[in-house]
Design a protein around this ligand. Structure first.
Ligand code: PLP
Length: 419
């Protein structure tokens, strides 16, 4: 498989030495029969666990009825059912809620920008330091990491960047708001900005949690200038931080919500949700796509949304978050390479550093921790500008024993790699 992968697959898609045979809940088995605790969840797409029974049953049932129709050719119930659920769960402002379904997070962010531009008649977009919004031209431009952009220019116009809070690295809410105000004086007239796009917990950027006051202050600034607030919850949403949407921790009503990843329970599905006035700004035919809102993906999404909206799921996610946090804090007392343990609910990470005074990012160490963990039975991902953040995206159905086993392997890998 490894040789065949090198022979037939483009090298630009990076892959670890893991060949999957089977997965269930929070565990994965490779083709050699090795078992892994999964702290990656298919890159945050398995919040409800590999093979959520209700989603799998709904997919089977849908597959037997019909597959692709294209919602622009023939309507079907599962699409509308997902939009209804997203409306019922929406944190957004604007009264009656509507949604658009697409295939990927990047496509959803692109569409959120299109909708914001159509609704405001303005061209500019503000993204933040540490942002990751996808790999298409516009979303790559909005993304704040050259490794995802090298060699791929020219980039999309009218994308501006403001500082984001990163308390561990000395940037607080005041600095970020001041930076945005400066941007509005120096680089772009706020009256020409359609939207700001912010992840409440930055995913690829290093699991940087926005401070309590920042989304609210950002929203106030948006209201002052008639700018729409787009909440990118592709990674932080669908139960990842406990509540269905991470923005619920902040009591802020965004204008548009972007969701994806875990939404389809393992099938490709993403969405843009918001109030009718904003969502209906584009004329009929302005939005859509051949595959957006595939019936099987929608059937799965209905089961996923039903599951994450239950008090039981929330309770387990909160409990898992507390357990993980406690264990990671303990680990940090034994491992001086851990500069910070941070996160929101069970969306947690360790930022690894050379030493706690200099805070020099330890990207090589993090890479080696992930490689050692994999060799010992734990699938683990890194993130952050310097790749020095070890992040946990474990399916939230993991048992205590699975969590404990995963953390044990993580600690061994950290001690071994630092050794
Ligand atoms: C916050 C955020 N937005 C957008 C995306 C892009 O999603 P996709 O890879 O499905 O295009 C990601 C993917 O990691 C993400 O984390």
């Amino acid at each position: 498989m490894l040789a065949a992968r090198d022979r037939w697959v483009a090298r630009g898609v990076s892959t670890p030495a893991l060949v999957v045979a089977r997965a269930e809940g929070a565990r994965v088995w490779d083709v050699d029969g090795n078992e892994y605790v999964d702290f990656a969840g298919g890159l945050g797409c398995q919040n409800t666990g590999h093979g959520l029974p209700a989603a799998v049953a709904a997919i089977h049932e849908q597959v037997d009825r019909y597959l692709h129709q294209c919602f622009m050719v023939g309507m079907y119930e599962p699409y509308v059912d997902v939009c209804r659920r997203l409306a019922e769960l929406s944190p957004c402002a604007g009264g009656e809620q509507r949604s658009l379904l697409v295939n990927s997070g990047a496509e959803a962010v692109e569409n959120a920008v299109k909708i914001a531009r159509a609704a405001t008649g303005r061209p500019a977009v503000v993204a933040f330091d540490g942002a990751f919004h996808g790999r298409t031209l516009l979303t790559m431009t909005m993304t704040s990491k050259v490794a995802y952009k090298r060699g791929f220019g020219p980039f999309a116009p009218e994308v501006y960047r403001a500082p984001a809070p990163y308390p561990y690295r000395g940037v607080g809410s005041d600095d970020a708001i001041a930076g945005l105000e400066l941007l509005f004086e120096r680089d772009v007239d706020p009256e020409s900005v359609a939207c700001v796009v912010l992840e409440p917990v930055q995913g690829e950027g290093g699991f940087v949690v926005m401070p309590d006051d920042f989304p609210r202050r950002l929203k106030q600034l948006c209201e002052r200038y008639g700018i729409l607030y787009v909440d990118d919850e592709v990674q932080s949403g669908v139960g990842r931080t406990g509540p269905v949407w991470a923005i619920e921790h902040y009591g802020v009503e965004p204008d548009l919500l972007v969701s994806g990843k875990s939404l389809g329970g393992g099938l490709p599905l993403a969405a843009v949700t918001g109030g009718a006035e904003v969502m209906d700004a584009p004329a009929p035919g302005g939005l859509g796509g051949t595959f957006g809102g595939n019936p099987a993906a929608c059937a799965a999404a209905c089961a996923v949304l039903d599951e994450v909206a239950t008090p039981g799921f929330r309770g387990r996610a909160d409990e898992l978050g507390r357990r993980l946090r406690g264990r990671l804090d303990e680990l940090a007392t034994r491992a001086p390479q851990v500069g910070e343990v941070r996160g929101l609910g069970p969306m947690l990470a360790l930022e690894l550093v050379g030493d706690r005074e200099s805070k020099e990012p330890a990207g090589v160490l993090a890479k080696s921790v992930a490689a050692r963990a994999l060799a010992n039975g734990l699938i683990l991902l890194t993130c952050g500008l310097h790749g020095n953040v070890v992040r946990i995206l474990v399916p939230l159905v993991a048992s205590d024993a699975e969590i404990d086993r995963g953390l044990e392997i993580l600690e061994e890998a950290l001690v071994g790699a630092a050794g």
